[in-house]
Design a protein around this ligand. Structure first.
Ligand SMILES: [Ca+2]
Length: 165
């Protein structure tokens, strides 16, 4: 009976360990990796730093060289809550989100955001740490806000984001 209990304990631990990466990954396939496309072709995360992407397709980062092409794809603008931009005044690469993102690094968008537009009355809350942790700071503007520059205290610090009405 004692050995059997030990075996069950070991199996239970293995199960918990196996679950952790899935919970930590947030968006994507559960292993922290996602499929990336650029103008319909398979691409790498490293290829998309100046592209315009969205998260509306589960497990995929769908990117385009043109922001207009991104906005037109699967009517993403009608369901998104935020567009985040690498540069001030809505410049540089951009990422349109329809879902909470526990780790923006999964989309190669960790610690880069300088401006953003809230869409559809969205009220994005940005966190300095992954997994919506407020330990190192969190920021939120008005619902629907368009912000040309998040300011020196928040610039290039966002690591997770979700819509918090
Ligand atoms: Ca930036």
């Amino acid at each position: 009976m004692h050995r059997r209990s030990e075996l069950i304990a070991v199996l239970a631990m293995s199960f918990i360990v196996a679950l952790v990466p899935v919970a930590a990954a947030g968006g994507g396939n559960g292993d922290g990796t996602i499929r990336v496309t650029l103008d319909g072709d398979t691409a790498e995360l490293a290829d998309v730093s100046t592209a315009h992407c969205h998260d509306a397709v589960e497990g995929t980062l769908t990117c385009f060289r043109s922001p207009a092409a991104r906005d037109d794809d699967v009517e993403v603008l009608s369901v998104a809550y935020v567009v985040m931009y690498v540069d001030a005044s809505y410049g540089g690469g951009s990422l349109t989100l329809t879902q909470p993102v526990a780790n923006l690094g999964v989309y190669a968008f960790n610690d880069v955001t300088t401006s953003f537009k809230s869409l559809n009355g969205g009220h994005p809350k940005f966190y300095a740490d992954a997994n919506y942790s407020i330990g190192n700071g969190a920021w939120q503007w008005s619902a629907g806000a368009w912000v040309t520059n998040v300011g020196s205290g928040a610039n290039d610090r966002f690591s997770s984001v979700k819509d918090v009405p």
